[in-house]
Design a protein. Structure first.
Length: 74
C-alpha cells in the first residue's frame, strides 16, 4: 500500500485592484516624499501602508469630525 500524503485544503482569495488617482498640493506631496524616504519606501507604498493601518478608520473619522467643527458643519 503506498504511503498516504496529507492533503491540505487551500483557500483561494480573489482580490481585485483599482486605481486611485489624487491631485495633491505640492507642499503636501513633498511632505509625503520626505516621510516615505525616511521609511525607505516609495510615496505610493507609504500611502498604501498608511491607509491599511489598523487605526486608520478611527483617525480618519476624527479628522472628519474636527474639520466639520472647524467649518461649523457639526
Amino acid at each position: 500500500m503506498p504511503p498516504t500524503v496529507p492533503i491540505r485544503a487551500a483557500t483561494l482569495i480573489v482580490m481585485g485592484t483599482s486605481v486611485l488617482s489624487l491631485r495633491i498640493d505640492h507642499d503636501l506631496l513633498e511632505r509625503l516624499r520626505h516621510h516615505a524616504a525616511r521609511s525607505g519606501m516609495s510615496v505610493q507604498d507609504y500611502v498604501v501602508q498608511t491607509l491599511v493601518r489598523n487605526d486608520f478608520d478611527e483617525r480618519f473619522q476624527t479628522a472628519v469630525e474636527e474639520t466639520e467643527k472647524f467649518y461649523g458643519l457639526a
